[in-house]
Design a protein around this ligand. Structure first.
Ligand code: 5RP
Length: 220
């Protein structure tokens, strides 16, 4: 059983006619977007707000109408994936590098539904290195300051080149070990000049849809 597909498709049951829907990024929410595309072809009327260029392109190919975030006040529901989630609904996101737009979209959403397979649901965050989006300007200095919070930041590289986000920034992947106070770390990171945003989502998600490889889906 494809646990990501199970979770991604199940979450679409929360979407009702007329909603503005935040469309996350990644291989789990991919299934939600495909399903939404099918339903839109049938008769569902929604407007999507994409969280990355990749998602924007997929939504356009599927004929999902899109709306610019600047022209709306609120999003009804955002569906998005996570790299880790704990029972307090705290998340690490940004494995795909879309964390800034994902957090912006989720922050104006009445609800955020997180879709994942069972391997992402953990007692404590921190096994997955925390992605931190930083400006290219002065990145070495920013990296040094981030390291004082207790990690050894690694500049993300893809195909032998520095990874560049949709916003033209770099990503530092930061191994903090067990993150016991996500709220505090989130605030401390975002206080550092040069840090644009980090992948900790605290007090944002309210529902988790977890697909299991044995075929059942859990909604928390
Ligand atoms: C992208 C993200 C993704 O939602 C996260 O990496 C999970 O991805 P996947 O569903 O492919 O495992 O935060 O920035």
């Amino acid at each position: 059983m494809n646990a990501k597909k199970l979770a991604g498709e199940k979450a679409v049951e929360f979407i009702k006619d007329g909603m503005i829907v935040g469309l996350g990024t990644g291989s789990t929410v991919h299934w939600s977007i495909l399903k939404l595309g099918e339903l839109v072809k049938q008769s569902l009327t929604i407007k999507g707000v994409p969280t990355s260029k990749q998602t924007e392109q997929l939504a356009k190919e599927l004929g999902i109408p899109l709306v610019n975030m600047s022209s709306i006040e609120q999003i009804d529901i955002t569906i998005d994936g996570a790299d880790e989630a704990n029972p307090e609904f705290e998340l690490i996101k940004g494995g795909g590098g879309a964390l800034l737009r994902e957090k912006m979209v989720a922050s104006i959403s009445k609800r955020m539904i997180v879709v994942m397979d069972e391997t992402k649901y953990v007692a404590h965050l921190g096994k997955f290195p925390l992605p931190v989006e930083i400006t290219q300007f002065g990145w070495e200095m920013t990296s040094k300051q981030v390291s004082t919070l207790g990690c050894e930041p690694k500049l993300r590289v893809e195909n032998n080149l520095s990874f560049i986000t949709d916003n033209g920034n770099y990503i530092l992947d930061c191994h903090f070990g067990e993150i016991l106070d996500a709220k505090r770390l989130n605030e401390e990171l975002n206080m550092i000049p040069g840090v644009v945003e980090n992948g900790l989502f605290v007090n944002i998600a309210d529902t988790m849809v977890i697909g299991n490889s044995d075929g059942h889906v859990e909604i928390i």
